[in-house]
Design a protein. Sequence first.
Length: 456
Amino acid sequence: MTGYAVVGRLLRAAGAGPQVWIAAGDLAAWSAGLAAAGFRAVAGPPAGVTLVDGSDLSGPAFRRLVLSLPPEGLLCAVGGQDVRECGYEVIAAAGGCVLARGVAVAVPDAAGRAYEQDGAGLLDLRWSPDEVDWPDPDPREVWREMTAVAETARAYALHDPYGGRAGDVLSRCLRWPVEPDRVTFGAGVASLLRDLVPLADGGTVLVGRYGFADVPGWVTQARSPVRFFDDGGPGPSWCEELRRTRPSLVIADRPTQRGVVHPLGELATVLEEASRLGAIVVLDEANANYLEPGLSAVRLTGRHDNLVVVRGLSKGYCQGGLRVGYAVAPAALTRRVRASVPALQTGELAFRAGLRMLALPDPLGGLRARIALMRPRAVRALTAFGLAPDPGHPSLPWVTAPSDAVERLAAHGVLAKRLRAGGRPWPDLAKIAVPLSDERAAALTEALSGGRTATR
C-alpha cells in the first residue's frame, strides 16, 4: 500500500474532513495522491488536518517545523519522526505514518472559567470567602492602614524592582534564610508561573495533571512540548517520569489539588534526579500557606540549584486582589528568573500590605485551627450525602471527590469546582471547599439533608 493510501486510510478512520494542508513534502505528488484517496490539498492551515512529510527533514528541522504549526486540529506525520516530543499524542499509526493531536491547546483563562457560573442564591463551595475572618492581622485592617498613607501608593521602587528587600521578612515567615538576591516578586502566582515557562527554553515541560489550568496552554503558546504526570504520586514515580520524558522544566503543585504534601526528603531525591537530567523544577506553593510555616520547600533551595518555589498572598491571607506573588530560588537561578519576569510587577502599596501580613510569626495560626475544627464536619456531611470524599491533607480547606459530585451537589443548590485533568485517560474531579463559618456549614448540612436550598 502506498504512503498516500495509508494516509487516506488513517484519515478516514479518524473521520477527518476532506481538506488537508501540506506543510512539508512534495506538494504536487501529495495533492494527487490525496485526491485519489478522496481528500483535497489546500494552500493554508485548515481547521482539520496538517500533513508533514518529514522523509527529507533532519530531526531538528522536523521538530522546529512541527512546533511552529497551529496546535489545533490533527497532525499527519510521514517519515517515522517522533511527534510526541513536539507536544502531540499519537492516535493511530500505520506504514511509517502517524496521526496525532495536540496534547494541550491554549485556551484563554481556563482557570477563570471554573467561576463563570453565577453563584447568587447558592452555597458557593468553589472557594472559601469565609477565610477572611480568621487571619491575624485582619486583611481588611491591613488594607485600611496602607491606604491611609498616600505616599505609599505613589512610590516607584526602581532601586529594588524585584522586591529583594523583603528577604528579612520572608526569612522570618518561612523560617529559612532568604537573601535579597534569591527572591523575585511578581503580579501574583499565576503571573509568575506564566513568566517561568520560558525557563524550558523550548524543551519539554512536565506538568502536574490537576495543576493550574492555564499552564498547559501557556506551554503550548511558548512552543514547548507538554507532558502530564501524576504529581500526587510518590517521589520514585516522579523520578521514573523524569527519566522517561527527559523534560527541561517541571511545574507541579505542593500541596497537590488532591491534598498530597510530599515530604522534603522525598522532594530532595526528585531534585537530584532532575538536576542529573538537566531539568529545573518549579513548585507552586500557593496552597502551602495553609501548612505550618516551616514546611515550605524553600529550604531546599539552599542545597539544590534547580528549584524555584512560588508562593503568594491569595490562599489563606485573603489578599488575592493585591496580586502579590514571589519566587524563591538559588542566586544563580534567580538571575534567570528575573530575566524572564518583568520588573516592578508588584505595586508598592500591594508590596507593603503583603509584607505587613507576612511580618508576624504565624498570622494564619487561627485559620489553621478553624480548618481543623470544621473540616471533619464537612466530610461527615458529604459522606452522609453519599459522596466518597478524598479528604487529603488535614490542614487544607477543601476535599476532592469523583466529578459527578459537581452535578449532584448542584441539584441541591451547592456549587463545587470541577478540576479538569490534563491529558487522558485521567478523570476529572470535584473540588469542594470546606465551609469555615458556622452559617455556611449549617447551610451545607441543611441542603444535603433535604432542607431548603442553600444560600451563600
